[in-house]
Design a binder for this molecule. Structure first.
Ligand SMILES: [Zn+2]
Length: 244
């Protein structure tokens, strides 16, 4: 896998950027654990941990190779989408307005919108595509919100514990907050964000705004300074959305 932060390959139209492909191999071959310290890689590099010290699962990057796995989430791309506020579908900067970053999540009937999520944000064109084509959103609708203060809150991943005789035993995947000491024994697969300063919005109104603003205004950082990327590629509208 790539050990230094580089620009990941663009999304393939019709497949969410954070979805995995069948030729993207996972590896725990060099994973170890030490009592009192937690998990580590024998050949660990800076990119293997997030800014809070959680160790991340390794998976090669081969977007577009083999078959798309819509139910799979690529750890590195999901993490990048959260850390850099990229659209989970196209991988380009998520849409930002005065009210914050655009988020869209399927409604779970009977449940209120959760304050924490593993779903990264979206851009307006991808949100429109999702509303039109995602079977789950068409069935139950979606929460469409602006988030003024999205912050990493923890990770979702496999919990390991060390055997007395050496080696590791894998448990079921679970959520752990970054400040929980047990996070040292979780191999992170997805970043969890806490969404604060949430304003419900109407997606059609957001589209009107999208059409009326420049790419730089739509992708400027939350701090209102520099655009995150040079420009928003208008052609990268996916033709479908995840079916999960
Ligand atoms: Zn997008």
């Amino acid at each position: 896998m790539s050990r230094t932060p580089t620009r990941d390959a663009p999304a393939v139209p019709g497949v969410p950027w954070i979805a995995t492909w069948s030729r993207e191999r996972k590896s725990t071959a060099l994973l170890g654990g030490r009592r009192g310290k937690g998990l580590f890689y024998v050949n660990e590099g800076p990119a293997d941990r997030d800014q809070f010290g959680a160790l991340w699962a390794r998976q090669s990057q081969r977007i577009g190779q083999g078959t798309a796995e819509f139910a799979g989430i690529h750890p590195r791309r999901q993490r990048r989408a959260m850390e850099e506020l990229l659209c989970q579908v196209c991988g380009l900067p998520a849409d930002v307005s005065d009210l914050g970053v655009l988020w869209m999540e399927p409604i779970h009937p009977g449940d209120p919108r959760s304050e924490v999520t593993t779903h990264p944000p979206v851009c307006v064109p991808c949100a429109l595509q999702a509303r039109a084509r995602c079977p789950r959103i068409r069935r139950t609708g979606a929460h469409v919100v602006r988030v003024a203060d999205p912050r990493p809150n923890g990770v979702f991943g496999v919990f390991y514990y060390p055997r007395l005789a050496g080696g590791l035993i894998a448990e079921e995947p679970m959520d752990k907050r970054h400040e929980d000491g047990e996070v040292r024994w979780v191999l992170a697969h997805q970043m969890i964000m806490r969404l604060s300063g949430v304003t419900p919005v109407d997606l059609d109104d957001e589209y009107d705004r999208y059409l009326a603003t420049s790419p730089a205004e739509r992708t400027a950082s939350l701090r209102g300074t520099t655009p995150r990327r040079r420009h928003h590629r208008e052609t990268a509208i996916p033709s479908a959305f995840t079916t999960s």
